[in-house]
Design a protein around this ligand. Sequence first.
Ligand code: TMP
Length: 221
Amino acid sequence: MTKINNGRCGNGFFISFEGVESSGKTTQVHLLTRWLKDSGYPVVQTREPGGCGLGEKIRTLLLNPDEGISAEAEMLLFAASRAQLVREVIRPALAEGNIVVCDRFVDSSLAYQGYGLGIDLDVVWQVNRPAVGETVPDLTLVVGAGPQLKGVQARDSSDRIEARHDRFHERVRCGYLRLAKDFSHRMEMVDSSVGAEAAAERVRQLVAQRIEPMRGDLKDA
Ligand code: TMP
């Protein structure tokens, strides 16, 4: 079988999910992980910020509405959480030949801290370069309602970032549309307005066409 080399470590496959608040993204993360497991694929599910001890502590800080955090400190904290998750979870899992399914990754920093907060995108990239190195997703699924990638439900404003003004979230949404164009080689948009199960079917199609050719190379698959 042809070996698909993702250019980083091992024979794993790296999938990230992205989207605005309440887009239905996390539901799709869970549905895909369950389907992959049921289909016999080795899978590691994780999330950002978080996914490891340090990352979860940083997540608590970042989302605490009582914490005053500058835009630059926020960008660096997300990158710090990412640097740890990449080394502690993602790279080892890929090296062992797993499929990694990550709820958000570096595109969230481009969308939220770059487009949303207005930090220069090159700066966001430079800060994240040492965090991710060559570990970038093979496939990124941007989930949202319709071609405009809107949220499917009202936002719950209990966390510090979700509680931001509508204008911020609108910039994030437009940022994702831009990113989906700029990175069309690895990004696909998934319409969640059709319902969770129909969206999950689309996700499965997009994933299956990429991973089936490498099935023999994945751990225990
Ligand atoms: P979640 O609600 O999808 O778990 O994500 C947590 C929040 O963190 C969400 O409001 C998006 C935000 N976020 C960023 O602003 N930048 C990032 O790099 C990441 C990973 C998340």
